[in-house]
Design a protein around this ligand. Structure first.
Ligand code: ADP
Length: 334
């Protein structure tokens, strides 16, 4: 359970729900997606029509679920939330689709992880608002067409490139969600602090924002941990000192690296002179599984420009040495 994990697993859903912006104006950042979506929704409302299907791509915790709820709210429509992995059979999808109300928003998280037959059923549903329900088996099987009310599919995926082109093409609008700038995360932190009734000053918010890995979900989670600390160890407003001291307890450093990230980076620098070193060797050195190092620690280290994956192995960048306060060894003349 990492404090800096951007996934929602184990997240307190009630708290998360309380912190969700309710409309586009409250939604911080993502100017481009917001502006485009605003037009799509306004136009649909003016036509009295159901909004086009929307695809949202971006890393976990950037606000895809929140935006889908905002779409429903702005269209004054109910919303149904499910995910690709939850839809094992085409029949599961047929059951959901056939129970939708007119104009309803169907949020399909991790849409790239849907089964193939379900995906094919979805093509037709998106395009013609119709599904073929197969009754019976073998040569006697028949397809019974079923009309669906018009609905808006909001699909979410970590990368739009993972989707088969026929599925991607059926979305009227694709929004690419970016990691948030520190100033935007500061706004998220201030807003959440207000909702949680916690006092925080500008520098305290900046301290939390800087450690949040560009991700609102992480910013909110760090804020809650800092609030606990402030409640127990200090009184009153969260300032820079309290935020830094609290996050030191939780081993989240000034750049948002946690214990695992620092262990990987530290081994790479101290044991292997900054690399190149193979993934398996590095994993053994930190006592973790290969997959943990590769999938949990490395993506953020690469994103931060601290580690590079090269054909010869993992290599630390000069920024990595600087971040851990170490001096790279002199490699002799080239
Ligand atoms: P995703 O579906 O992309 O994993 P969520 O929509 O569940 O992310 O957002 C995670 C948390 O971050 C929510 O509690 C939400 O309140 C907060 N959040 C996400 N985006 C924003 C934003 N733009 N402004 C304010 N809070 C946000």
């Amino acid at each position: 359970d990492r404090l800096v994990d951007a996934d929602a697993d184990g997240e307190d859903t009630a708290v998360e729900a309380a912190l969700r912006p309710k409309d586009l104006d409250e939604f911080v950042g993502q100017e481009k997606v917001r502006e485009q979506l605003d037009l799509v929704l306004k136009a649909a409302r003016a036509r009295g029509a159901t909004a086009d299907h929307v695809l949202l791509s971006g890393a976990p915790g950037l606000g895809k679920t929140t935006l889908s709820m905002i779409i429903a709210a702005e269209m004054n429509a109910p919303i149904r939330i499910t995910s690709g992995p939850a839809i094992q059979h085409a029949g599961d999808l047929a059951a959901i689709l056939s129970s939708l109300q007119e104009g309803e928003v169907l949020f399909l998280d991790e849409i790239h992880r849907m089964s193939r037959p379900a995906e094919e059923m979805l093509y037709m549903a998106m395009e013609d608002f119709r599904v073929d329900v197969i009754v019976g088996k073998g040569p006697g099987a028949t397809a019974i067409p079923l009309e669906l009310p018009p609905f808006t599919l909001v699909g979410a995926t970590t990368r739009a490139g993972l989707l088969p082109p026929p599925l991607r093409d059926r979305f009227g609008f694709t929004g690419h969600m970016e990691f948030y700038a520190p100033a935007e995360l500061e706004r998220v932190v201030h807003r959440s602090a207000r909702l949680l009734d916690v006092g925080i000053d500008v520098e305290g918010a900046a301290e939390i924002a800087g450690r949040s890995r560009g991700t609102p979900r992480i910013a909110n989670r760090l804020l809650r941990r800092v609030r606990d600390y402030a409640q127990v160890k200090a009184e009153g407003t969260i300032d820079r000192e309290i935020a830094a001291a609290a996050l030191k307890v939780y081993e989240v450093d000034a750049r948002g690296l946690d214990r695992l990230d620092r262990a990987v980076l530290g081994a790479l620098l101290k044991l292997f002179g900054g690399g190149p070193v193979g993934l398996s060797t590095l994993a053994v050195a930190v006592g973790e599984e290969r997959e943990t190092v590769e999938e949990v620690a490395e993506p953020f280290l690469v994103r931060e420009g601290l580690l590079a994956r090269t054909p010869r192995g993992r290599v630390a960048t000069p920024a990595a040495w600087a971040h851990l306060g170490l001096v790279p060894p002199q490699h002799g003349a080239k």
